[in-house]
Design a protein around this ligand. Structure first.
Ligand code: NA7
Length: 535
């Protein structure tokens, strides 16, 4: 029984993931009329869709959670160091129940169009359910990794068996026993799903184009004494993360990897390898900015892979090459390399022998080799950051579409607002630290800033707020400038739009650090929202 959205609203929120739910809660607390529309039949966002076996967050559970409610912090208990998808989804549902959020959500409802009305200073929104909504403000909580991207391979729709994308895994699950399964893609999703499929399938063939660096997660049950201690001092603990460059508690090394004795460097890396997690990225201050420093970590991990994988041919294929360590998202693995020691797992290097096409029976390589499959899993990533926004493609001032305004890459002020699209706010997307940080810290900061701004406009009798063009240009340039000295541009990853044909090659996330970003946003607010034209 769907709740229909009200025809008139102060604020419409789009998307019921972590961002949208908190925005809805906060707006209602402020006494605004707010409502949320969500295309799925439940809350959860990415954690609703990504139900593939092995799906897990690569941020620790004690950090990957809300902090806005003391009661919530006290009531919820995480069970593992890195939370698995079912537990995160249970948490989001717990939040939705605790704050009675579902009463203001229309599920199974997808936004069809969003058009700005300059005379009335409102957005007119229509949905696939025939709703017509007029809202003063729209909060786009549409997600960073919400639109699954199928590979650009001829015949991708011709496969006669079952085709699945990890980001759209069947909710009823799938029985892979006795099946010949193929997986394309070895990023975070591929590395997580491959060991699980190998345990179930008769045979698994992994088609790898690029070997990603993966290091052990060392996942384990969460030490409950540690968790209880954190709860007691949670606000203080969280405040450190809010002001930390990555929104975490990661210690950032002060030395250059190049100034330290090579044996001591190896010892440091060994410590990180044993403890698990991504902190190796910050073991030295220049791992993400200097190729030689990055290579110290890269060669360390490649040696580990050689030791872990028994078949030297497979071990060689699994050696990451051609890009610096840390320039793609570092993958956390559980049993990944060990999986290649199983008899029922083969590895095909599709950089050496590329995929010629997907056929009715399986995958054909350029060499003519054919791999027959019953199930084909695409772990091929997402049309990140802009995909979900362009699917809606809001029409702003003068009839301009967002996809036109952003044809050369996202143009934003603070990542929040775009000139020509008044009263529209994007949560934790391009132009903000977003998913390059602990995204929960970034989401809370964004939602609080945006809802405070909406509250401030209302209090001052203002109906329209828009990023000024010069501030937007400065911010967009600043985001670009900060990214230049890093190695990310060399990573050929979704971070730079490399996985979507035709997408502009820009690094669209703000790398200046979560703490710095927070200060900048605070200063803008303190200066009566400097850089926003309001009336
Ligand atoms: P990613 O990290 O974008 O990985 C996608 C993988 O799919 C990657 O290995 C790609 O190889 C591979 N891919 C994509 N297209 C093809 C084709 N045409 N042929 C062969 N291989 C292909 O997506 P994930 O879902 O793993 O992770 C996304 C984020 O979600 C992750 O960073 C976390 O933040 C959570 P490539 O490297 O492009 O050669």
């Amino acid at each position: 029984d769907r709740i229909a959205p009200p025809a008139r609203l102060d604020t419409l929120v789009v998307g019921a993931g972590f961002s949208g739910l908190y925005a809805l809660h906060r707006l209602r607390e402020m006494g605004h009329t707010a409502h949320l529309v969500e295309r799925a039949d439940q809350v959860g966002g990415v954690w609703h869709w990504n139900r593939y076996p092995g799906a897990r967050c690569d941020i620790e559970s004690v950090d990957y959670c809300y902090s806005f409610s003391r009661d919530l912090v006290q009531e919820w208990n995480w069970s593992e160091r890195y939370p698995a998808q079912p537990e995160i989804l249970a948490y989001i549902n717990f939040v939705a129940d605790k704050f009675d959020l579902r009463s203001s959500i229309s599920f199974h409802t997808e936004v069809d169009s969003m058009v700005w009305d300059e005379d009335a200073c409102v957005w007119h929104v229509t949905t696939d359910r025939g709703d017509e909504i007029t809202a003063q403000h729209v909060v786009m909580a549409t997600g960073q990794l919400a639109v699954p991207q199928l590979p650009d391979i001829p015949g991708v729709n011709d496969f006669g068996g079952q085709t699945i994308h990890t980001g759209n895994w069947p909710h009823e699950g799938i029985d892979l026993s006795g099946q010949r399964v193929g997986v394309i893609g070895t990023g975070s999703s591929g590395v997580q799903v491959i060991p699980q499929i190998a345990k179930q399938a008769e045979h698994l063939t992994v088609f790898q184009r690029t070997a990603h660096y993966a290091i052990p997660a060392r996942n384990r049950p969460l030490d409950q004494e540690y968790a209880a201690d954190l709860k007691e001092r949670f606000e203080e603990y969280r405040e450190i993360a809010r002001n930390h460059p990555g929104g975490t508690h990661r210690h950032i090394g002060e030395d250059s990897a190049l100034d330290v004795d090579p044996e001591a460097v190896i010892e440091t890396f060994e410590g990180h390898w044993e403890r698990g997690g991504p902190d190796i990225l910050a073991a030295y201050k220049d791992i993400r900015t200097n190729e030689e420093a990055a290579e110290r970590a890269g060669s360390f991990v490649r040696d580990k892979i050689k030791q872990l994988v028994k078949d030297p041919v497979k071990a060689e294929i699994l050696q990451p090459k051609g890009y610096p360590f840390g320039s793609k998202r570092l993958v956390l693995e559980i049993d990944y390399y060990d999986t290649y020691n199983r008899d029922n797992v083969s590895l095909v290097d599709v950089k050496a022998d590329p995929i010629d096409g997907i056929t009715e029976r399986g995958i054909r390589l350029v060499s003519g080799a054919e791999h027959e499959l019953d199930v084909l899993v695409h772990a091929t990533g997402f049309d990140a950051l802009t995909g979900a926004l362009f699917n809606i493609d809001p029409v702003g001032v003068g009839g301009q579409r967002l996809s036109e305004a952003w044809k050369d890459g996202p143009q934003t002020y603070l990542g929040i607002s775009t000139h020509g699209f008044p009263n529209m706010y994007v949560v934790a997307g391009a132009g903000s630290p977003s998913v390059i940080s602990n995204v929960l810290i970034s989401i809370e900061q964004h939602v609080e800033w945006i809802t405070d701004h909406i509250g401030w406009l209302a209090k001052n009798g203002l109906r329209r707020s828009e990023a000024e063009l010069d501030h937007q240009e400065q911010w967009t340039h600043h985001v670009y400038e900060v990214a230049q000295p890093t190695l990310f541009m060399k990573g050929n990853s979704w971070y730079v739009g490399a996985n979507v044909p035709g997408k502009p090659r820009v690094f669209a996330l703000y790398l200046g650090g979560v703490g710095t970003y927070r200060q900048i946003c605070q200063k803008v607010a303190d200066n009566e929202y400097e850089g926003f034209a309001t009336l």
